[in-house]
Ligand binder design. Structure first.
Ligand code: ZN
Length: 353
């Protein structure tokens, strides 16, 4: 491949709704980097979808346009840069999107999800492939990434399923850092990719029962998928408090009504695991006195660590991930894909560059 080779990307060019197919030079991997031929890339309802719609929270990108997003992806190692020894080309891989330094205290203590060196454009100061203004994303035929961000895709897993691994690792992370123990009863709000990941992780870790709670709009597709993935029961937030308190409550929806439900559904001494981010809300009221009275612990979870990837890669081959990936679209069919995401078709809409 020469420097003159061109590739197709899907870029946000102008500060208005939509994206545009464009041509760019194929990137060359730098020192410590590899180039990935992207096979599948997901649309995140909290990142690519609002960026596509040009939601107000993304207007700060205006001076940096055009931008190529795409941070959930899998593909094949296509070329390696200087100093890369662990990859030669041709390997099927999933990719950790968050960039970390490997040297700061958090990285060295195994919390590379909270790296304090690689700060970027995100309001929370973290740098991610396909979200940061300086790092081109995977809504493209090729993308270069740090070699340390690669994980080999287990045999038998498709590239679409590979897209879901970084999401599954969030659920694994949430269960791992909580006080969850085998035999516990678990409730989860939000049957999107984060909530379903927590469901898979809880079932794999030996929960006695998992209840998945969604919005009324989830009754058609996502709650049935939750039952298929091992939820013992499903219900909607509108149905009110649970009949029986749970030991661990995973809030993965980012809706205040779900947080209220969590406060009223935990057993005394239980634990709230907060994965959902409350988009559009600066602050969210919490009944702290109520939590103190019942000695309920609160554990927040952000992204995933290398240890979560390793556990995820070990459980993924034994889980049927087909219900949580797709529908799939060709990159050139991106308008239909973003429409499907907006219509809550399936759980993880993916594009094939
Ligand atoms: Zn670091």
């Amino acid at each position: 491949m020469t420097a003159e080779d061109r590739m197709t990307v899907l870029e946000k060019r102008d500060p208005r709704p939509g994206m545009t197919l464009a041509e760019r030079p194929v990137p060359t991997p730098g020192a410590g980097e590899v180039r990935i031929a992207v096979e599948s890339v997901g649309i995140d309802g909290g990142v690519e979808a609002p960026f596509y719609r040009w939601a107000e929270s993304f207007h700060r990108y205006e001076p940096h346009l055009p931008q190529v997003f795409g941070h959930e992806f899998a593909g094949v190692v296509d070329a390696v840069g200087p100093g890369v020894e662990d990859w030669t080309g041709g390997e099927r891989v999933a990719v950790e999107p968050r960039i970390s330094c490997g040297r700061c205290r958090n990285c060295r203590e195994g919390r590379e999800n909270l790296c304090t060196t690689e700060t970027g454009f995100s309001p929370h100061g973290r740098k991610s492939i396909g979200i940061d203004t300086e790092v081109q994303g995977a809504l493209a035929e090729y993308v270069t990434v740090p070699a340390r961000n690669l994980y080999r895709l287990p045999e038998g897993l498709s590239f679409d399923e590979g897209v879901f691994l970084e999401l599954l690792a969030i659920g694994v992370h949430g269960l791992d850092v909580s006080a969850f123990a085998a035999g516990d009863r678990v409730a989860i709000t939000g049957p999107g990719s984060a909530g379903l990941s927590a469901l898979i992780a809880a079932v794999e870790a030996g929960a006695s029962e998992v209840v998945m709670i969604g919005a009324a709009a989830d009754e058609g597709t996502r709650l049935p998928i939750a039952r298929e993935m091992g939820a013992a029961a499903t219900r909607t937030v509108g149905e009110g408090p649970l009949d029986e308190p749970v030991d661990v409550f995973v809030e993965a929806s980012g809706h205040e009504s779900a947080l209220r439900l969590a406060e009223s559904s935990l057993r005394p001494g239980g634990e709230l695991v907060q994965i959902g981010v409350y988009h559009g809300a600066d602050r969210v009221p919490v009944d702290l006195n109520g939590l103190v009275n019942e000695e309920i612990a609160v554990r927040t979870v952000n992204a995933r660590r290398a240890t979560d990837w390793h556990r995820t890669l070990s459980i993924a081959p034994s889980v049927d991930l087909a219900p949580v990936v797709g529908p799939a679209f060709d990159l050139t069919d991106y308008e239909a894909a973003f429409e499907a995401e907006a219509d809550r078709a399936g759980v993880k809409v993916v594009l094939h560059p």
